[in-house]
Design a protein around this ligand. Structure first.
Ligand code: WT7
Length: 658
């Protein structure tokens, strides 16, 4: 952990954007006083506050207690039983949403005129039927309550269907992002002890086919854990089927009933695992449970995106990340809106695909990542200007800090200056949004996620836990439990304690640096641990390092992040070759490809440098700070007094690439 404390920021954050009057008129929360009152109450009396919110949800058995807090273990809605799929589907139908569109899906492939070849609409009633059919199919395949089901699918409606089917029968899902490769699948399968994996022949991406089934086959060659592979036919590419193990989705669902009683699950029943990167090479299975997660995602969706029944809401994330879990599937569906899913790339067939989709489907709320906004900005305003974006009412961002220039472009070019922007701060671990504007009341400041949501006690502190003054940089912590918080790291209680609850005494440590200004607005300054955010995707330096050293020519590797104009951060790798070999011309490309193959294309280093040795302290610790300086500025200015061998620095400086 680096120490971000004590530096006074030269913040030029006087610019404020009040909520547009037309938006305020219709907003769920429109008075500042109401926010202050509710927020104070939610902190002073969290049980009273969340108990009232929870009354809007369906419980088969009401909870006995709202919160049981034995730090760091929280239980929410203790003693209650509920079901997330019931709240997403059956309850919406009971409330009269049965015939409205739940999922509006657009596939990637287009015809010569640039029109999508496939659009699907599933009403809440149809979605419930599909979910029940697949839930019954899973049962028939032997899946029982508590079994972890791995899902490795493209962005197709069946992905949401599979998740909700798992939720219906109480089988926790573990979704793996389709961009991960075989080794990453094996690590996650084994950690979750998952025997069933749901995949597809392939997925369409940027005009090509992602070989999902082939990756699963390769993964299954490395572990004998998997007994059943359910294969969805999507691309009709040829895939070999292993007898006794592989079955087709469309064969298995034949004859399955379209009704399935939802399991009455304990509030704290595991809803899903989602693997994310931390400071070691091993990804951690972030564990989320049922009732608290459900209520947190539903309530934040409602107030932050100001959801109304007639909204067509589009979050452009992949469901393989937490953003997609919480704000494509669980949050929006519990609000009865139409949630849009798009299968493919933002630049297929051209850079206006997102704007064409917004136009075609009259999208009203749009949620994306800063990295995407910067990429669009670079392509120019002509692309969005080709389309009618006037139905948009609200814009959102997530995943990394947004630079004010990108914020303003988004506000002006996409939002036509009439849409509030919600810059939402949260994490895989937090389950849902913790810091964000409320669009009807918050004056936004470009680059700030503004203020904590109801029930969230956020603070900026130093390493000892003392609160920093206004505009002083420090570490972001959360001092009280919240409903959507992680309940643990699957199978690793020690690591749960160590990574989140021991860095700073008595509070949840986020891993982020931040400062809080004189108005109580939070400004996030990036990770202070060994996590890198490339295009908003989270990667651990150690994961990339172990991918590098798995190449036979590599003796040692160290990886750091450095600023990049589009992707926010990019990866620089410092590599020592075996036997002091001198790098041959092709090696850089070979190693980049190797990392993409081992881990994921998103983990490809942008910059690779070679040296006979890496800079280390006398105790043998790699000095990442020096490497970060080298990658960022091309030289080292800081203190090198603990460096074991100074010549390694001189060495590294010499051979930069790209
Ligand atoms: C990390 C969590 C939250 C869903 C997507 C990412 C960074 C996230 C913001 C924001 C500045 C942000 C933080 C955080 N982050 N949102 N609005 N402003 N930074 O989830 O992969 O778990 O990553 O993303 O560094 O710790 P994740």
């Amino acid at each position: 952990m680096t120490d971000g404390a004590g530096i006074q920021s030269a913040a030029s954050e006087s610019e404020r954007y009040p909520p547009p009057a037309a938006f305020v008129a219709d907003a769920h929360i429109k008075s500042q006083e109401e926010y202050e009152r509710q927020h104070q109450r939610s902190i002073k009396d969290p049980e009273g506050f969340w108990g009232e919110i929870a009354a809007d949800f369906h419980f088969f058995r009401k909870w006995d207690r709202v919160l049981e807090w034995n730090r760091p273990f929280a239980k929410w809605f203790v003693g209650g039983t509920t079901n997330a799929s019931y709240n997403c589907l059956d309850l919406q139908i009971e409330r009269g949403r049965g015939d409205s569109t739940a999922i509006l899906w657009e596939g990637e492939p287009c015809d010569a005129a640039g029109n999508p070849k496939e659009i699907k609409r599933l009403s809440y009633r149809q979605l419930l039927q599909e979910v029940c059919v697949f839930a019954n199919t899973l049962k028939k395949l032997g899946v029982e309550k508590g079994d972890r089901v791995t899902i490795y699918l493209p962005m197709v409606p069946e992905l949401a269907i599979a998740m909700l089917a798992c939720a219906r029968i109480g089988a926790p899902h573990s979704v793996i992002f389709g961009g991960f490769s075989a080794q990453a699948i094996v690590d996650r399968l084994e950690d979750a002890r998952s025997r069933v994996i749901i995949t597809a022949d392939g997925g369409f991406r940027r005009g090509g086919i992602v070989p999902l089934k082939a990756n699963v086959d390769e993964a299954c060659g490395m572990t004998d854990l998997v007994k059943t592979v359910v294969v969805l036919r999507r691309c009709e590419n040829d895939v070999p089927m292993v007898a006794g193990r592989d079955v087709w989705w469309h064969d298995q669902v034949k004859g399955a009933s379209d009704t399935c009683e939802p399991e009455q699950l304990d509030s704290e029943h595991m809803l899903f695992l989602l693997y994310t990167s931390g400071s070691t090479g091993k990804p951690k299975g972030i564990l989320h449970t049922t009732a608290g997660y459900m209520i947190h995602t539903a309530y934040t969706s409602k107030l932050i995106f100001d959801l109304k029944p007639d909204d067509t809401y589009w979050c452009t994330a992949d469901i393989g990340w937490i953003t997609g879990h919480s704000y494509i599937v669980y949050g929006p569906l519990q609000n009865g809106v139409t949630t849009l899913m798009y299968e493919g790339a933002p630049n297929h067939p051209d850079w206006d695909r997102f704007w064409a989709i917004c136009d075609r489907h009259a999208v009203t709320k749009f949620y994306t990542a800063p990295t995407a906004i910067r990429a669009f900005m670079r392509q120019g305003a002509a692309y969005p200007e080709k389309h009618d974006l006037s139905k948009l009412k609200l814009l959102g961002t997530v995943g990394e800090p947004i630079n004010p220039a990108a914020w303003k472009w988004y506000h002006e070019i996409i939002g036509g200056r009439r849409c509030p922007i919600v810059d939402t701060w949260w994490q895989t671990e937090t389950g849902g949004i913790l810091i964000s504007p409320l669009p009807g009341i918050t004056d936004t400041k470009p680059g700030s996620a503004t203020r904590p949501f109801f029930g969230i006690d956020a603070a900026v502190v130093d390493k000892d836990g003392s609160e920093m003054g206004p505009n002083e940089n420090g570490l972001l912590v959360i001092r009280r439990p919240w409903p959507g918080m992680l309940r643990g790291i699957y199978g690793d209680e020690k690591r749960f304690h160590k990574e989140y609850w021991s860095e700073i005494e008595g509070v949840y440590f986020t891993g982020d640096g931040a400062r809080c200004d004189q108005d109580g607005y939070f400004w996030l300054t990036g990770r202070v641990d060994d996590v890198i955010k490339v295009s908003g995707h989270r990667l651990g330096t150690a994961e990339v390092e172990s991918a590098l050293v798995s190449h036979p020519k590599v003796a040692e590797a160290a990886v750091v992040g450095f600023p990049d104009e589009i992707t926010g951060e990019a990866i620089a790798a410092f590599v020592t070759l075996r036997g002091g070999e001198t790098p041959d011309p092709g090696i850089i490309d070979v190693l980049k490809k190797h990392v993409a193959k081992q881990l994921s294309a998103i983990a490809r280093p942008k910059d690779i440098r070679f040296s006979d040795a890496l800079p280390k302290t006398r105790s043998g610790k790699i000095m990442r700070r020096l490497l970060r300086e080298l990658a960022t500025k091309g030289r080292v200015e800081g203190d090198t007094s603990t460096l074991e061998d100074f010549s390694t620095i001189a060495n590294l400086r010499g051979n930069t690439e790209e």
